[in-house]
Ligand binder design. Structure first.
Ligand code: NAP
Length: 358
């Protein structure tokens, strides 16, 4: 056991894809973890059964929308990792379902931290969504960029993340004389990899949808990708690195849809799935896909219009240089995501065990 057993870290939204790995890694490093969830502890065996959980993991129920819900929770905690936020692409009421919980939840957590003098740092899980919703061939994105284009209709999930991060920075700036803590944000791109819990995350779902034929065509689409274990680790590094400050882009590599499909088919041997066959990865295909985007549910449609035809270029040096993060290869992440989705039954079972070594 290390001296970390005297340090308590609050993780909000501990049931989530990223947060569950964060709880696991914190317990592995000997920390005490106060996990906020919406259900009762028996709903989360993948957390209660983690090594060290019986001695050092406690659950508290809290909802982002309930004012004051975090006041008691963060009392006595040394650090707060605020990961809870709705991650849903297709919604009916963007303000109610996305923006209100993201923004008000973040402010509730920060206000709670201000009411205690125990919290030294809040690490907020922000997103690429707060950096941009529009990759561009002629631009390299970094921590300096802010997404100014999303709104309640255009990429509303992105809008909720940019509003929440802005609200957080505004709050700490306005209250800097009364806050004993500082704020660091982690801005991951598309997060994939193994899930500790049974729920299929929106980002792994992209790979599942590719394999189940929901993308019948190859498009000029690409993703900046990062492994969920690295995202969790980056939160811990941001907590442990005293000099850490500001925002950190967390992303390893950019993969084109063409590369993803080729890897699934040729390296992982996923030939018995409905991977896209029709090739519209061309300027002409991009025009067709823009038109077809209007036939999609609104969340998917706006995403397609702002992303197809452009390359996501980024500068991820800050997290590498300042936090010392080392990334798991994307090939390893995709393979782990596929194995994991098979394990949880999110992917149709394979006809034969054709999984090759990548
Ligand atoms: P997730 O698995 O859907 O986790 C979201 C978490 O937020 C869940 O624990 C959920 O609790 C909680 N939550 C949602 N609404 C809540 C509410 N009203 N009150 C309390 N808790 C609430 O998603 P994730 O991918 O791990 O995302 C975690 C964070 O990372 C989010 O802030 C997301 O925006 C950010 N992020 C994700 C990605 C990605 O590709 N996955 C990329 C960049 C940033 P329940 O289990 O009770 O629903």
């Amino acid at each position: 056991m290390t001296s970390n057993q005297n340090t308590t870290v609050c993780v909000t939204g501990a049931s989530g894809f990223i947060a569950a790995h964060l709880v696991k890694q914190l317990l592995e490093q000997g920390y005490k973890v106060r996990a906020t969830v919406r259900g009762t502890a028996d709903k989360y065996p993948y957390l209660t059964e983690l090594e060290g959980a019986s001695e050092r993991l406690e659950f508290v129920q809290a909802d982002l929308l309930q004012e004051g819900a975090y006041d008691q929770v963060v009392q006595g905690c040394d650090y707060v990792m605020h990961t809870a936020s709705p991650y849903i692409v297709n919604v009916k009421d963007s303000q109610k379902e996305l923006v209100d919980p993201a923004v008000n939840g973040t402010l509730n957590v920060l206000k709670a931290c201000q009411k205690t003098d125990s919290v030294k740092r809040v690490v907020l899980t922000s997103s690429l969504a707060a950096i941009t919703d529009e990759p561009r061939n002629d631009k390299t994105f970094s921590e300096k960029d802010w997404n100014e284009k999303s709104n309640l209709k255009r990429n509303p999930y992105f809008y909720s993340k940019v509003q929440a991060e802005k609200a957080a920075w505004d709050y700490v700036e306005k209250n800097k004389d009364q806050c004993d803590f500082d704020l660091v944000t982690i801005n991951p791109f598309m997060v994939i990899g193994p899930s500790l819990g049974p729920t299929l995350n929106e980002s792994n779902k992209v790979i599942r949808d590719l394999m189940h034929g929901l993308y019948p065509v190859l498009m000029t689409l690409n993703w900046g990708i990062v492994d969920v274990r690295d995202v969790a680790h980056s939160h811990i590094l941001a907590m442990q690195t005293e000099s850490a400050s500001g925002r950190y882009l967390i992303v390893n590599e950019n993969w084109k849809m063409r590369e993803m499909v080729s890897f699934l088919k040729n390296d992982l041997g996923c030939t018995d799935y409905k991977l896209p066959k029709i090739d519209l990865d061309s300027p002409f295909g991009t025009k067709i896909m823009h038109l077809l985007s209007y036939t999609q549910p609104s969340g998917n449609g706006t995403y397609m219009r702002s992303h197809i035809g452009q390359q996501m270029n980024f500068d991820n040096a800050k997290a590498i240089n300042e936090l010392g993060i080392k990334y798991i290869s994307i090939k390893e992440s995709v393979e782990a995501a596929v194995e994991d989705m098979l394990k949880w039954g999110h992917l149709k079972p394979r006809k034969a065990n054709k999984m090759a070594t990548a």
